[in-house]
Each structure stands twice: as C-alpha cells, then as structure tokens.
Design a protein around this ligand. Sequence first.
Ligand code: GLC
Length: 761
Amino acid sequence: MASISSRDFVVSVVPAGEKSCRLEVTPQKNTDSGADVLPSLDEETGREKSEPELSGVPEKFLVELNGEPIAEFADLGQGFPSWGRGNPDDSGEWLNFDHLVGEGSRVYGLGEKTRYLEKSGAVYEMWNRDTGGFYTHNEDPLYSSIPFYLVKTAEGDSRAAPFLGVYVHQSEKTQFNVKARSDLSRIGVALNSSEVTVYLFAGASPKEVISNYTRLTGKPFFPPRWAIGYHHSEYGKPCNQEEAVELAKTFREKEIPCDALYFDIQHMEGHRDFTWDEGGFSDPEKLLDRLAELGFHAVNIVDPGIKAESGYEVYNSGLDVDAYVKNDKGEDFLGAVWPGFCVFPDFLRENVRDWWATQNEKILDQGVDGIWNDMNEPAIFFGRQQIEDLVRELDDKLAGGDHLNLKERQRLVNISEANTRSMVHRTDGGQEIGHAKFHNLYALYEAMATWKAFKRENPNKRPFILTRAGFSGIQKYAAKWTGDNSSTWEHMELSIYMSLNLGLSGVPFVGSDVGGFDGDVEPELLARWNQLGSVIPFFRNHSGLDTTSQEPWAFGERYEKIIRKYINLRYRLLPFLYTEFFRAHRTGVPIARPLFLEFPGDEESYSVSDQFMVGDSMLVAPVVERGAKRRTVYLPPDENGRETSWLDWWSNENLSNGYHRVEAPLDLMPIFVREGKGVPVADPTRHAGEYPNKLKIKANTGAGRDVDVKVPVYDDDGESDEFTKGNYFYGVLHIHAGRDKPELEVKHDGYEPFWDEVEVI
Ligand code: GLC
C-alpha cells in the first residue's frame, strides 16, 4: 500500500485486481465516522498484486497502476464546494476533490440521471428521491444512486487509460460536477462525509471497465424467462379479481402475448402491505391459480411503509421484533404514505430483513410470482415530527410578532425533503446510524430482504423483484424501472438515455413505464413507445391513476395491430434476449448499449444518442418524434473502421455503413443486423413458458462478401437455479454464406434446448 499525506488527509492507493485500484482518503485527525453500513464488495483476492506507484504532491496526485498512469486528482479539500448545488440544510462535513480529465473527454453513466446520453454540462446529485409527482426532463436527483461514471479519455491525454471507470464507494449524499464539454477539464466530486473510498477501473475498452466494476459490486441477477416477456400494469386496475381474469383473457383472445399482470396498491385493504381488499379480492389463491392457468404471473406491489395501526398483524409482528426505524427521540419514526401514518422497517439489521422476508413469504406462498418494491427511497409524504416541530416553531415566531422569511416559507413547501432527516437506524451490533448514511442504501437492503423471501419460499427458483430506488449493487437483486415519467414524446426519448446510462452503470435489467405514467397518452405515442419497449430489457406498460387506459387495444384496431406486432416481436426475440440476459449475468455488460460500447474506435458513435445496440448484433433506431414517417440512422463501420453492411430487419436489404434516411411509417421501427452477426429468433408464443420447436436465425452474411456468422444461443429450464449446476445449453451456430444448413458447435451440453430444427433466414 502506498500512502502520502497532506495537511489534512492521508491518501492510500491499493491495487484491487489487475486493472483496478482503490483510493482511500481519510482525514489525518481521526474522526469517528461510525460503523460501516455499506454492503460488502467482491474484491479480488489471491491475485498477485503489484505495488502501485503514487507520485506528485498531495494537492495534485497522479495514480499509477503497474507503472502506467491511470488518473490524476487535485484540490482535495474539506467543505462544501463553490459549485455545490446543495440544500442549505445539508449539514455535517463535506469532502471534495477534482478528477482531472483531458479537455474533450466524454462522461457517461452516473446511473439514473435525466438530461442527455452524455452527462456533460450539469451537476448530478446522489440522493434517492421521489419528486412527489412526475419528473421533468432536467430533474435531479431521482430515485436511485449509482455513484459510478465512465470516462472516454480525450485524445492525447497521457495521464489516463483510454477508458476509466470511477466508483465512489460511499453512501452519503454525493455530487458530481461534470462541466460542459467545451470546458471539461475536471470532474468535481463532493460528498457529505469526512472520508471516501474511490475505486478506479482502467480499461482498453468500455466493456472491460463495466465488467470490472460489476465484478466488484456484483454481477446482475439472472431473471426467470417470464420476466423478460411483456408485462402489463396500471395504477387503479384491476380493482377486483373478475377484472383481473377478464384482462388476462382479453390478452389471450386478442392474441397479444403477455407474461405478467401487476397488482398496484388498489388490491390492498386500505393500502396495507401483504393484504388483499376483501371486497374485490376475496379469494386471492383462486385468482392466482386462474391466472397461472392462463399463463400469467402475478407481481404485487409492496411499499416499505407499514400502517401504524394496532391490530394490523404485520405492524404488530414488527413491534415484536423492534423492527422499525426510530426518530431522534428514540420512538418509532412516523411518516405518512398511502395508508396514512406508517412505520418503516430498519432494513439495516439482519433480524429485520428476516422478519421482512417472512412477511413477503406469505404472499409468495399464496402464488404471487414477483414483488414490486415501490416508494423505497423511502418516499414519505410528510413526517409527523417534522410537521409538528415546524408548526410549533413557525407558530411561536408569528405569535411573537415576527414575519416568516422566504426560507421559512420555503421549508413548508420543501417539507418532504426534510422528512427522513430525523430517522435513526441501528446496526446488528446496536450502534445508532443517522439516516444520511443509510438513506441511499435503504432500497438495496430491502431488496436483499425480499430476495431472501424468494429463496426461503423456494431455494431453487429464480426471484423477480422490481425496484424503484437502489444503489450500486442493486443489479444483484432487482430489475429497475425509471419511476413516474410522463406520457410525452420527450419522456420517451429521455427513457432511452436513462436506460442506457443505467446499463453502463451496471444495471442491465431496466426500462421505463411504456406509454408514460402521468397524463393521457396519445395513440401514436403509445404505438411508438411499445416499439421501443419491445427491445428494451424491461418491457412493462404502466400508467397512472385516472389517466387514459394504455392497454394495447385502447385506441382501436389500427393501433392495436401495430402494438401486437411489436409485442410479438418481443416474443420472437426471446431466444436472443434470453441469451443476452445470460451473458449480462456473466459479464455485467449491458443488454441495451450505446453504439460506442460496440464501436469504441468510431468517433461518431459517441454522439449518437437516439439509437442503440441490443447485444452486439442488433441496432435499433426508435422513432421518438410525433408524425415522423422516416428518420435518419447512423450505421457504424466495422470495429476496425472498415466498410461494412447492415441488414434491414424488415426488407432484408443490405445497407452500407454511414448515414441513411430510412422509411419509418407508424408500423415500423428501423432495426438492423450487424455484418457477421445473427439474431436467434422463434415464432411468438402466448407467453414465455411456451416454446415453438424451431429456432430461426436472422443473419447478416454481408451482401456479396460471404462473411461467416457466429450466433451464440443459450437455453435452460427458464426458472430454476439448475443452470448454476451446469444444467444449461450454450452453443454457437456457425452460418456459412451460401449454405443453408448451419453447424452447431456445442459449448456446454447440460440441457436439451427447446428447438429440434434450425432455419436460417
Ligand atoms: C408510485 C409509483 C407508481 C405507482 C404508484 C401507486 O407513484 O411510482 O408506479 O403506480 O406509486 O402505487
């Protein structure tokens, strides 16, 4: 370990794998920072570690790994930085430093962030937050915090590897100041802590960086096959079991594939978790059986707020194990959410996670297949203590003849920001932890508890958890959706950038509310958004209360036909997507990828933000503009910068690389297959539990160039952990131009794949 010290800090650099290292910044005066509440990381051990070299003065220091410079930092200091976009109420110590980057660098990642694909030109904050309504195009922060960014180094910057990943492994509120590209010579990092651990990942390619980052924070979970089908959800519907069965039957009658129906808070008795409203859902087991017969999986919403009501079994059982977060007076913290005043499980403690797993197990036992963790920032409409304290304080002031100043009046408006501030958590050892340190981790620990419920219910079954909030590592447990968006074209476009950046930040199983949550969707937007959804890893149509219905058939035959075509496309793509989910689980490399991930040598690919790759073979160019009938697409040259071809998915024509203006009438989303690649597809089925007997390969053998194509295919039983014991199939189909029979090279033969015939398209 090399270390240097400045007036105030000791900086140590420790190798953490072949191409990664850990930078530890600790204050010289030993301040007690409290217990470590962060989840453990999978640091590589047993590897021969080379001693890194650290040079320069502490105010500016260059980090070297294996003799190579990888990053330079400067201006390490204490205090809130001048650029800080802070809330004046943020108290405690702040530590800040600059990461020096060459001008012209490009910055991506940072998890769930709005704005554009490239992150330059804004300050981003890490603080899990529900906006209390739908969010705007520039809103920040949002529901989850992933303090990880990826830098594409500027040409000629000798201080850095070609690609660098930076992960700030600290749970407190953190800010990243990414200047406009024209002025991007440093990235400011500030955090509400007195110490910090930063991991640096040097890579020759962006994939290598993401792979190493997810090696540390955890590889994405491998979902059951049904979870990658189409999901249908609406706040307010179904509001009784007859309606639920009707909805499921309508999908089958209309021959629109669907795998999951969601039960939002309307299914509960007065919004109490783990209950069913007796009036509408008198026999949940029977309902869930009926849905299963129809080939549907049920996903139930679970909010962390437990109604504080004596006699409510869940509440009482939590009291028995002292499960709830305290306030600063040592009482159970009370905050209002959907059911009225609630208490909140303290997921930091193992025994509380055990108790929570037991609560979840009850609904899994009834036949619920997936759990949707919402409001887990945690979102609180208003806190009892905050309201009472504030009212008392302001009342005293007014009664004393004083006026309320602007800040005080704003506090009334911003009361929700302060809601969780007085929460106090406890570690397993009984040490008290202020909420600021645990806030961003709350949902991650909830997901761990929910995961435990699934594993207890059936140790061999793969869980499905959907979460709104999260932190680095959430990919090990849950799929992530981007919360309460709007039914607007801007939000549809925004969802592409948000999903791609979440993927670059280690969370591949992502998607937005297809059709938009807030506001009334227009039919054209619903059609276009379903097109986009059909190729995004998490494909769920979800809409808000009292908004226009967004069912595929909501706007008549014309739109229904288009939406059916794309939901069918999703099911056609299942063999491909399933293979890609398996690969993401193994490598951490996202499924939906910005072009530069596949073509890092192509400068143009860094600027294209409204197109993306699915896996390494398929390029999609969704239409995000009202009334558009055609659009411009950019088709990159091959990975060596040479001329190549792209196969048009629909017309089977081969296009050369470069810019093209292509037809995109309302029923067509442009899709292309890369030269030398193929996409395994199958005829659509009603749901992912049904399999046709033929596998088809859409391959691009390169018009006239006779390029050989290799197509990886994965298959297993679709639901169990048997694959971890080797019970899966993995093979590569070799397609030689001009020959219609592909050769199958079996790489792993632990399962009989679903097809008995392969056809090349
Ligand atoms: C939150 C969720 C939304 C859900 C609603 C009611 O707003 O983000 O998806 O429908 O709560 O539970």
